[in-house]
Write a protein that binds this ligand. Structure first.
Ligand code: P6P
Length: 333
């Protein structure tokens, strides 16, 4: 069977009843090309001098890795001239990036976390790029920050590229979730995981257990029951994973099931969680739901949250529907 490259897949989707407008297809292909460049830099590591701290901080008050800045620049440089975008927003930039005057503008807003899990880069553990695509609601006028503040249900496409043993692009534009593996010899993403689905049941959970004393009661109860295994109310044992890279956790869950949790924390009661809604929670929630899973903040569907700030945070419980329903039910009891 001939290999289906990303370009062929997108063109064939475009032909099917307009499931993919041409300008959105071109935007996705441009993002994929930028992720290829990020992959090659990530894979060179120390050989390319891209490890370690950049010596700068981002809007989140976090120290930036050199690769955070390099990945951010790759995405800006690749996408600013194409004519598909009205503006971009990134975890690494306080304000939206407006398309420079010399380039044509387009209908879409692109948001991204250029290198999620970047604290792993220096210890050679999987990292990734997460992206989300919205329409510009301001017509052909330049969007203001408020125009980015759309519910996750308004996303037209979302995806991530995971830089692990393989580099894979995982993508949805509302008709399922499809995975492409980068063929380094040809430099193209090839369809290897069509129509990915999250199993409804799982025996695996992902949470940073070192924060246990800071969790709310429903989370403590849910995790205690998982840890009790056969001896507790669940009547079976569970396994735990924690990579400290959301892209890696989500990819594992898409591949074999599981539940990923980053709950709100008593240390910062004013913050609803650690992860960012617009370019982590929303794109991952879109992907997980399109693959048959669930994604909530403990109280409501993540995709229904009305954002109030470009860098606002969110609590995340996502993955296998049976487990997300249980832990969300405990929050609402
Ligand atoms: P902690 C990475 O910094 C990230 O935003 C997610 O990718 C990851 O799931 C989480 O934070 C890890 O957080 O507190 O375990 O380092």
């Amino acid at each position: 069977m001939s290999r289906i490259t990303l370009s062929r897949f997108l063109i064939e989707q475009q032909r099917k009843a307009g499931t993919l407008p041409p300008d959105l297809r071109l935007l996705i292909e441009t993002i994929a090309r930028a992720c290829k460049a990020i992959s090659f830099s990530v894979n060179k590591g120390a050989l390319a001098g891209v490890l370690g701290e950049a010596g700068t901080g981002n809007i989140q008050g976090e120290a930036q890795k050199k690769m955070d800045v390099i990945a951010n620049d790759y995405l800006l440089d690749a996408n600013e001239w194409g004519g598909n975008l009205a503006a971009m927003a990134s975890e690494e930039m306080e304000l939206p990036y407006h398309i420079p005057g010399e380039y044509p503008k387009g209908d879409y807003l692109l948001l991204f976390d250029p290198l999620d899990g970047s604290s792993n880069i220096d210890v050679n553990i999987t990292v990734g790029t997460i992206f989300s695509i919205l329409h510009n609601p301001n017509g052909n006028l330049a969007p203001r920050e408020t125009h980015f503040l759309q519910k996750g249900s308004a996303q037209v496409a979302a995806g991530y590229t995971i830089y692990g043993p393989q580099t894979m692009l995982v993508l949805t534009f509302g008709n399922g979730v499809h995975g492409f593996t980068l063929d380094r010899e040809q430099g193209s993403f090839v369809l290897t995981h069509p129509d990915m689905h999250v199993p409804a049941a799982t025996g695996e959970f992902a949470i940073n257990m070192s924060n246990q004393r800071h969790w709310e009661a429903p989370v403590k109860r849910y995790i205690d029951e998982l840890l009790a295994g056969k001896t507790g109310p669940r009547g079976r044992d569970f396994n735990m994973r924690w990579v400290a890279s959301m892209v890696a956790e989500v990819h594992r869950i898409l591949t074999r099931g599981g539940i990923f949790m980053y709950p709100r924390d008593a240390r910062e009661p004013e913050k609803p969680g650690k992860l960012r809604l617009m370019y982590e929670g929303n794109p991952m929630a879109f992907i997980i739901e399109q693959a048959g899973g669930l994604a909530t903040n403990g109280q409501q569907r993540i995709l229904d949250i009305q954002p109030t700030g470009l860098h606002e945070r969110v609590a995340v419980f996502l993955g296998s529907s049976e487990e997300v329903e249980i832990v969300t039910g405990y929050h609402q009891a």
